[in-house]
Design a protein around this ligand. Structure first.
Ligand SMILES: Nc1nc2c(c(=O)[nH]1)N[C@H]1C(S)=C(S)[C@@H](COP(=O)(O)O)O[C@H]1N2
Ligand SMILES: [Mo]
Length: 322
């Protein structure tokens, strides 16, 4: 491992702690570098390193051509209005109940149809990969949306690394299932452990990432520390948090929401303004933080990412496969 850049919290001077404003300026700089043909996007030398402490700055994050230009939600919005039923079903429960959760030590088991399988320490799991800023529009099935500046790793790169065999048609994920650390697990609000999955084509689409941070910093517990899935053209529930297992499967994997309410939550869960949820319309959305009286805005097909992903579904009846 190169001699990088793991700083203990005590080594980080206050001047180094990126304010949100500085963070965004830096990112604009990165994007300008990318557009003008700078070498930033091409460089790929350093191992991904994620410090084990709250709000620590992530080193060596490069910009991404996939980031939206829309203004991100505030750090406060992104980290206090959450869904993470393992910590309770209220929007402020994850923020309130996940503070003492320790996302270390952490290991991730990779199994199923792949040449490389096993159980890996989190640090070893991410080490081969680059970290990227990805500012994405996110759309929850409950008809609200946010813009979140994630830091993540391309899932396509991760999948390639583990060398799936030709039998691998899907990638399934599972969340840690630890009652002693997650008070919400005592209630049967969902079919635990939380499970989600993607087709291989979805998992290897360039937009799909596993996020390890946001706003240039370590991922907060309430957002799924230390590692969670982000799929910006799908409803938020596909973005499984606190991942401890990644499985290459031949059959379509179960998903917790689909198991508990199959009529309401399908496997695909592509953002689609034309297919209503059985209990409410999906045509419009409220951007969190835009004010109580702000008007709703129209929801875009595939959450506005159609150019990148519509081809994956051209032979699929999106009313039937919601
Ligand atoms: N393990 C787990 N992952 C989860 C959830 C959950 O309850 N448990 N909620 C999902 C839902 S419904 C949404 S909208 C997103 C919210 O992510 P955020 O709180 O980081 O914005 O997380 C998803 N991932
Ligand atoms: Mo959601």
């Amino acid at each position: 491992m190169p001699a990088v850049l793991i700083k203990k919290p005590a080594d980080i001077r206050p001047s180094e702690i990126t304010s949100e404003r500085n963070y965004l300026n830096r990112r604009d700089f990165l994007r300008v570098g990318a557009v003008t043909g700078g070498s930033i996007l091409a460089s790929s030398a350093l191992a991904a390193v994620v410090p084990d402490s709250r709000r620590a700055k992530l080193p060596d994050v490069r910009g991404s051509e996939f980031s939206t230009d829309e203004a991100p939600n505030s750090y406060e919005d992104v980290t206090t209005y959450n869904n993470y039923y393992e910590f309770g079903t209220g929007k402020s429960d994850p923020f309130e109940n996940a503070q003492d959760f320790e996302p270390r030590p952490w290991s991730i088991t990779v199994d199923g149809h792949a040449e490389k399988t096993g159980t890996f320490d989190f640090e070893d799991f991410i080490k081969p990969f680059d970290l990227e800023d990805r500012i994405y529009r996110m759309r929850c099935v409950e008809a609200w949306s946010m813009v979140i500046p994630w830091v993540g790793i391309s899932l396509a790169e991760i999948v390639k690394h583990f060398k799936p065999t030709s039998k691998a048609k899907y990638v399934a994920f599972e969340t840690v299932n630890d009652r002693s650390r997650m008070p919400g697990l005592r209630r049967r609000s969902l079919d635990w452990p939380y499970r989600e999955g993607l087709t291989m084509a979805e998992a290897t689409n360039p937009l799909t990432i596993l996020a390890v941070g946001l706003y240039g910093e370590v991922l907060p517990n309430q957002n799924g520390a230390p590692i969670r899935l982000v799929v910006p053209w799908k409803y938020g529930f596909k973005g499984i948090k606190g991942i401890v297992r990644m499985s290459f499967t031949e059959q379509q994997p179960d998903s917790s929401w689909n198991l508990s309410q199959p009529r309401e939550y399908g496997f695909y869960a592509n953002v689609n303004p034309n297919v209503d949820h059985p209990r409410w319309s999906q045509a419009r959305e409220r951007r969190i933080g835009s004010g109580l009286f702000a008007s709703k805005q129209p929801t875009l097909m595939f959450n506005g990412y159609g150019e990148q992903v519509a081809h994956l579904y051209k032979n699929l009846d999106l009313r039937r496969y919601y």
